[in-house]
Design a protein around this ligand. Structure first.
Ligand SMILES: [Zn+2]
Length: 525
């Protein structure tokens, strides 16, 4: 203890001038915290060629220059604040690097939105002992070294003078390597998401300045009325992290959909999600026009024009809701019966009775599931669905074999198959009431292909596994008897997306809504 105190005692600190501190701390920061950036450059470039080396050098000089600039301003304006900033960012950098190396995440705007929308329980799932090692090596050790320095005074003009010299030399170097600009520009988005701490600092500022959207911010759709008073029920199940690649309905070699395979369904092939993360994808699938921000979502619209709208959720991240009834899964558990009440089945509690008792002609139900959300896939299904073994039971996905990871994930799809089938069974209890069920996932998932895990990769770079999603429609006999378009008349091989959801559901309810686009209604000819 005494030796620790003497290590940090004022007398034993290492003196360093403001000029030197700005220069060397910036260099240390650039080297220590940009391992993920370095790995990306090494894997994307032929680093042993002259052009590869000049690109990598240019990137590091740019990052170092940005750090020198910030650190120089810091030592001039308020050195204690700069030290506080460095301590905070060292801790966050250590955590960020753990996730960047473990899950290959990129800290772009969508990932930061994801972070701000992560529930504490989900964050807890991502913790592991390795994170502690990152924290000690990349957090505690740099902080201890930092606190060892004693910054000596220097005139601000000396610091400014040094900054000018460094800027001129660095700019000359970057200019001399102008041939690397094209590559840097092309990969700017990915590079920007890997530079610490500026990736998360910049994107956090963007996220916070965008603010949270309220009901009042939503752009209302033009008013409309229902064209008839026939009873109609539509259930939309929003899947979580389900990729079509692992559905046997989509030709996956394993039988992950044994129950749904026996049903008469519309299976929309080649369906892609509009983003690779929950909040934006859910907003997108409920929107009449994905290009208009904060547009009134489908449940709010249907409520406003007179439908009974029930939103049940085990998830999060939906736009602000103004519906007839909003229920969290946890509130349904007390009335839920059976073994699966801590899983998505709780969303089906008393559902048929609730629909039957509605006094409205049009009933719209949304079930927002937790589905296959990773990394703890093994915790998302009851034990009887553990058909594919052995399963990965670690949150550190690259600790498991890829097959064990896929096994755990496939078991979640097997449970999703059961859940959708159960939901259909509840609608069948409504006998003569025309009903329809739509199942669509918010986005897909990477399961170790090309070293990628989870989701949230920027859309342009995201692999197909994060974008190709299941999109399935079931209609009751009463519904099929009423509609002119039968399943066989619909081209299931076409290309579909989240943009089809709003219009297909509005079409099923028969309204005179000016927002309805028949071209996007899958069930309209
Ligand atoms: Zn999601």
């Amino acid at each position: 203890m005494n030796s620790l105190l003497s290590f940090f005692s004022r007398a034993n600190r290492w003196p360093i001038s403001k000029c030197q501190f700005a220069l060397w701390a910036a260099l240390a920061h650039t080297i220590i915290f940009n391992g993920a950036l370095c790995t990306y450059l090494f894997t994307s470039l032929d680093i042993f060629s002259l052009s590869g080396l000049s690109i990598a050098a240019s990137v590091f000089v740019i990052v170092w220059l940005a750090n020198v600039l910030f650190f120089s301003i810091g030592v001039i304006v308020a050195p204690p604040l700069l030290i506080l900033f460095l301590i905070l960012t060292a801790v966050i950098n250590a955590i960020a690097l753990y996730y960047m190396f473990t899950y290959q995440v990129v800290l772009d705007k969508s990932m930061i939105n994801n972070v701000f929308n992560t529930k504490p329980s989900e964050a807890f799932e991502l913790l592991s002992p390795t994170l502690l090692i990152y924290g000690l090596l990349l957090g505690a050790l740099p902080i201890a070294s930092l606190l060892k320095f004693k910054i000596l005074p220097a005139t601000r003009w000396r610091v400014v003078g040094q900054l000018l010299v460094v800027s001129c030399l660095s700019s000359s170097f970057i200019y001399a390597n102008a041939s690397s600009w094209l590559w840097i520009d092309k990969h700017a988005k990915l590079l920007g998401g890997k530079i610490l701490p500026w990736s998360y600092v910049g994107n956090t500022i963007r996220h916070l300045s965008a603010g949270s959207v309220t009901i009042e911010d939503q752009v209302l759709l033009p008013s409309a009325t229902f064209l008839n008073n026939e009873k109609t029920v539509v259930v939309l199940i929003i899947g979580e992290t389900a990729r079509s690649h692992n559905f046997s309905l989509y030709d996956y070699s394993r039988q992950t959909n044994p129950l749904l395979e026996k049903r008469d369904l519309l299976i929309l092939n080649k369906t892609t999600s509009c983003t690779t993360y929950t909040t934006a994808s859910v907003a997108c699938m409920l929107s009449s026009d994905i290009d208009t921000a904060n547009i009134e979502p489908l449940p709010n619209y249907l409520t406003r024009i007179g439908a009974d709208v029930i939103w049940r959720t085990n998830n999060w991240g939906e736009p602000p809701m103004a519906v007839s009834e909003y229920q969290k899964g946890a509130d349904l558990v007390s009335k839920c019966q059976g073994d699966g009440c801590q899983f998505d089945e709780n969303l089906l509690t008393g559902l048929a009775e609730r629909i039957k008792s509605s006094d409205k002609d049009k009933v719209f139900v949304v079930l927002h599931t937790k589905g296959s959300h990773g990394p703890s896939y093994y915790a998302k299904y009851p034990s009887q669905f553990e058909k594919f073994t052995p399963v990965c039971r670690s949150e550190q996905l690259n600790d498991c074999t890829q097959q064990a990871l896929i096994n755990a994930y496939d078991n979640t799809i097997l449970y999703t198959d059961y859940f959708i089938n159960e939901a259909i069974s509840r609608l069948e209890l409504l006998t003569n009431i025309p009903s329809m069920l739509v199942y669509v996932s918010d986005h897909g998932e990477s399961l170790g292909e090309n070293g990628l895990y989870l989701h949230g990769t920027p859309y342009t770079f995201a692999p197909k596994y994060q974008k190709e999603i299941p999109f399935i429609i079931w209609r009751s006999n009463a519904m099929k008897a009423r509609e002119l378009v039968q399943n066989s008349a619909i081209n299931q091989q076409g290309e579909f997306s989240h943009s089809n959801i709003f219009h297909t559901i509005i079409g099923a309810f028969k309204t005179n809504s000016p927002s309805y686009n028949k071209q996007l209604d899958i069930l309209a000819l």
